[in-house]
Write a protein that binds this ligand. Structure first.
Ligand code: NAD
Length: 374
């Protein structure tokens, strides 16, 4: 498999492969860019070979799983660079993956071993919670390194990022509605929310308070009940939510919801939600939506509230609620610039956002080089 020439490796500053025999740790830390600050992004703990074991001999499955892990970490670290750049943060982009089943392998010893590898990078990379890692697991890693963020307590801990993510998504929905429907508020509009987890529940609170009608779904009944306990909402089946009659579709569950199978069913005029990697293929579904007059808010721009909340922790500053909220609310303005450029240039919003992010990173690199040359 080509690495240096692969599209996802492109422009990475450093990629580190880590193994610890005693704990079974196999991890990859990808530092895409430190142009804007320390590369910051979550630690994903995932059994990449699981799907391959059903169809291939064990050694082949493990090799394919490792290839998937490399692809995943590179794609995600580049995504973090773009997200942090578009949010105007003093953070670069990075990501790490630990290969294996977290339920079987995710011991405190393994996380401390992982922390030792993060520590060796000397602050180039900061780890945070992601799929498969919990606050407790990151807490164990932080026993070996100060380069972990998103922790509870302490002088600089910023805690649960979800309320900030939800506020950013709400702000982004309002910006998208203003741009596409010309409306200053959400009163009377119907918003379909897929996924009522940490972000989805905070988001439904904001939407209700703004007078929106809700259509919701989740695969966990308790999460639906929690939302219904606070007010009215129409509940639909998980596989029907993308196709309901609504003004705004807000994907807040898993990635890949915008794909060739779902796209034709979508009736919303705005798609704006928290889920990462909503498009199956960047530049494909967002272009088809644009051609149909559906406005897509690029996921990593609208869901940046969580990483915005973590920025102060990386820089060892005490959380400043007012400054953080002001930054989260700027997500709306950033999206409006993307929407306007997309209309002007007749190109998909996802591609416009990527190019804006690349430009910010390139200029930061140039400024760094110029400062070093002085
Ligand atoms: P979560 O796990 O708390 O919530 C996800 C919810 O989606 C769960 O309630 C789950 O039951 C539900 N779900 C899963 N599959 C579903 C399906 N097929 N149909 C309907 N519901 C389904 O996660 P979260 O923290 O709320 O994050 C939601 C999304 O936003 C994720 O994609 C996450 O990567 C992204 N995101 C979250 C944050 C954050 O601050 N938490 C920040 C940025 C991005």
């Amino acid at each position: 498999m080509p690495v240096f020439d692969s599209r996802s490796f492109r422009n990475h500053e450093q990629v580190v492969f880590c193994a610890d025999e005693a704990t079974g740790l196999k991890a990859i830390i990808a530092v895409h860019s430190t142009a804007l600050g320390p590369a910051t992004g979550g630690t994903r703990f995932w059994d990449y070979a699981a799907g391959h074991r059903r169809s291939a001999p064990i050694d082949v499955a493990e090799t394919r799983g490792e290839q998937d892990a490399i692809y995943d970490v590179l794609r995600l670290s580049r995504g973090m660079s773009f997200k942090n750049a578009m949010a105007g943060l003093r953070l670069g982009g990075g990501k790490s993956v630990i290969i294996g089943n977290p339920k079987e392998l995710g011991t405190a010893e393994l996380m401390r071993a992982f922390g030792r590898f993060v520590n060796r990078l000397g602050g180039t990379y900061y780890a945070a919670e992601d799929v498969g890692t919990s606050p407790e697991m990151l807490g164990a890693a932080s026993e070996s390194t100060p380069y972990v963020c998103g922790l509870e307590g302490g002088d600089f801990g910023t805690g649960d990022p979800s309320p900030h993510t939800a506020l950013g998504v709400f702000t982004g929905i309002k910006a998208a509605v203003k741009h596409r429907l010309g409306k200053d508020d959400l009163a009377g509009l119907t918003v379909a929310v897929q996924g009522l987890g940490h972000v989805g529940q905070y988001l439904t609170d904001h939407l209700r308070a703004a007078g929106a009608k809700l259509i919701v779904t989740d695969i966990v009944d308790a999460n639906i009940k929690a939302v219904l306990a606070k007010g009215d909402a129409e509940v639909v089946a998980p596989d029907a939510i993308h196709a309901v009659d609504c003004d705004v579709f807000a994907p807040c569950a898993l990635g890949g919801i915008l794909n060739p199978k779902t796209l034709g069913d979508i009736k919303a005029t705005v798609i704006a939600g928290a889920a990462n990697n909503q498009l199956e293929t960047e530049g494909v579904e967002d272009e088809q939506l644009r051609m149909r007059g559906v406005l897509y808010a690029p996921d990593y721009v609208i869901n940046a509230g969580g990483i915005i909340s973590v920025e102060s922790e990386v820089h060892k500053e005490r959380p400043d609620n007012a400054a953080r909220e002001a930054k989260v609310l700027r997500i709306g303005e950033t999206l409006t610039r993307i929407f306007e450029a997309s209309d002007r240039e007749k190109r998909p919003t996802g591609i416009i956002a990527n190019e804006m992010a690349e430009d910010i990173i390139r200029r930061a690199n140039e400024a760094k080089l110029a400062a070093a040359a002085e």
